[in-house]
Structures are given as C-alpha cells and as structure tokens.
Design a protein around this ligand. Structure first.
Ligand SMILES: [Cu+2]
Length: 326
C-alpha cells in the first residue's frame, strides 16, 4: 500500500512539473518571447546548479567513506590476504587521489566556462605536448599497477602446497559438501558417474585413498597450518568465496580447481575483535540459481588440539559403509 502511495505521489509531481512548464511556455508566447532562446541568466542558473551538485556529490562520497566504513571486511585472516589488502588499498588510494582532484575540476570548469553571449569559442585544434602528457603518464602509471597486480597474483597462487592439508569442497545447487582427505592426506578419486543417493559426491570407494576420507558439513582448519582446497561442481559454475581469508575460486563442472592458503586467526580471536556472533563463512559468489543466496557453509579456525579432538569424532567413509551394511 505504501509503495502504491509513493508511486502515486511521484506520478503527481511529474504531472504537475509538466503542467508548470506548459504554463510558462504559454506565458512566454503571450509576451511574444522565444522559449527556446538560452539567456545568460539561464546559463548562470545551470552553472551554479552544477557547482551545487558537484560539491554535494564530493561531500556525499566523503560522508559515506566514514559512515559506511564499518560495513567493509575486517583485516584479512590469512597470510596471503594481507598482500591482497595492500594491493587493494594502493589501487583504491590512487583512484581516490585522482577522483578528488578531477571531480571538483570537472564541475568547476562547467561553471567557470558556462555559456556567455559576449564570449566566442577559441579555436584549438591540436597540441602534441598535451597529447603526449595525457597518453604517457596514464600508460606508465597503469603499467605499474598491472605489474604490481600480476606479481601479487603470482605470489598468492604459486605457494608451496607440499605439506598442506587437502580438503575438497563439492558444490551443487544449493549446498556445499566438504571432504577431508583423512590420515593419508590424499583424496580418493571421484567420478560423476558414481553419484547415487548414497554417494552424493561420487567418491570411488574402490580407491584405497577414499577409505579414510571424511564427509563434513562444516570445515575446521588449524591456525597457522596451510590448507589446500580442491573444488568440484556437480551442476553449474559456482564460486567458492571465503571473504575473511580473501579466497575466491570458481567451481567448474568437469574440472578440479584449487586454492591454497594459511589461516592466521582462530574463530575465537575473531569473535573477540568482531563480536560474539562472528563466524568464518564459505559463500557461493556466482549467481547459480534461485537459492544461490542460501548456499553457504561454516568454517572454524582453531588450535591443533581442538582440531584433533573434532576430526576424531567424525566417521570415515569406510566406517559409514560398514554401519550401512549392518
Ligand atoms: Cu552456487
């Protein structure tokens, strides 16, 4: 009901504005004035409006930077995450410097050089020096930013994974299933042809590495220990997104993708800093269907002792098979 009322009010405002314009046009006709003629006064009004809008926009940007800053992610909770944060801050810093120089100039120039009956335009066709400056400077700066970005990407993606704990994240519309690699730290093979109602992720139980694998509804990680996540998808492209660790990787049907990282803060530490209800969360960052928004799983970062106790309480796939047979 409120929405209908708001729509009605907007409609009435538009109708009255149109009517007002028509009335002023009719008045001008009566006075024998040309409504299409732009006077110096009109230009001044437009110029001042430009200044007001431009200044308002810059003030709004500064206001939201302070007011909404708390909505941004907290400091990265992974080793590589701080590199990504520094890259982000560097890029954002440059954008802001350029923004705060150019935006006021843009609006001020529109005001300063507004139309004036006594002015004629200055014919200015070409200037090699200017062309040179505004081509070369952005080229050098952007090349630098790109090289810095590629270097960071290379450092983040090419890490030593030899002693990382291997965990698989299996995505489907609309949930995640995790598979821990068990004591041998090797995931058993899997194949989509093996997917059944009892074997929802298609694990090949003929492969001996699969016997000690554990299917999990929640992923636990040890603080300071590297982890290698392997991603699969059953249906469409999903995207595994762990915002607090600055981790994101597509999950592509028919392909295994991966991302290795080392968490640096336990869930407990984060709760002390960010509030009691904090949880590390795995989200899907590809719009993969109607319940995409609900596709998430909890991650917990804890000490080695806490992890050992938790993982020991979970059944391996071969233990599950045994209980099924009994
Ligand atoms: Cu998804």
């Amino acid at each position: 009901m409120t929405n209908i009322l708001i729509a009605l009010v907007v409609l009435l405002v538009i109708v009255s504005l149109v009517q007002l314009t028509r009335v002023s046009e009719l008045l001008a006709e009566l006075k024998n004035e040309d409504v299409n003629e732009v006077t110096d006064n009109d230009n001044k009004t437009q110029g001042v409006l430009y200044l007001v809008v431009g200044l308002g926009f810059v003030i709004f940007v500064i206001w939201q930077m302070f007011e909404w800053n708390h909505l941004l992610l907290p400091e990265a909770a992974s080793v590589h995450g701080s590199k990504i944060d520094v890259l982000m801050q560097f890029t954002m810093g440059m954008i802001l410097v350029v923004f705060f120089i150019l935006t006021p100039m843009l609006f001020y120039f529109a005001y300063r050089y507004r139309g004036n009956k006594n002015n004629t335009a200055y014919f200015f066709a070409h200037n090699n020096k200017l062309e040179f400056i505004w081509t070369i400077i952005p080229t050098i700066v952007l090349t630098g930013v790109i090289i810095y970005g590629l270097k960071t990407w290379d450092e983040v993606m090419n890490v030593d994974t030899s002693d990382a704990k291997v965990i698989e994240l299996y995505s489907e519309q609309f949930k995640w299933t995790a598979r821990s690699s068990g004591k041998d730290n090797q995931l058993g093979n899997s194949n989509f042809k093996l997917v059944t109602s009892d074997n929802a992720t298609g694990v090949d139980m003929q492969d001996e590495h699969a016997l000690d694998d554990k299917l999990l509804r929640e992923v636990h990680l040890v603080v300071g220990k590297p982890v290698l996540l392997k991603f699969r998808s059953r249906d469409v492209i999903h995207s595994a997104f762990l915002p607090h660790f600055r981790v994101q990787m597509n999950c592509v049907p028919g392909l295994i993708t991966q991302f290795a990282f080392t968490p640096t803060k336990t869930t407990k530490q984060m709760r002390e800093e960010e509030g009691e209800d904090f949880d590390y969360v795995l989200l899907c960052n590809k719009i993969c269907g109607s319940a995409h928004y609900n596709m998430q799983m909890n991650f917990v970062v804890e000490t080695q002792e806490e992890y050992d106790a938790w993982i020991a309480s979970k059944k391996t796939l071969s233990e599950k098979l045994l209980t099924q047979k009994q």
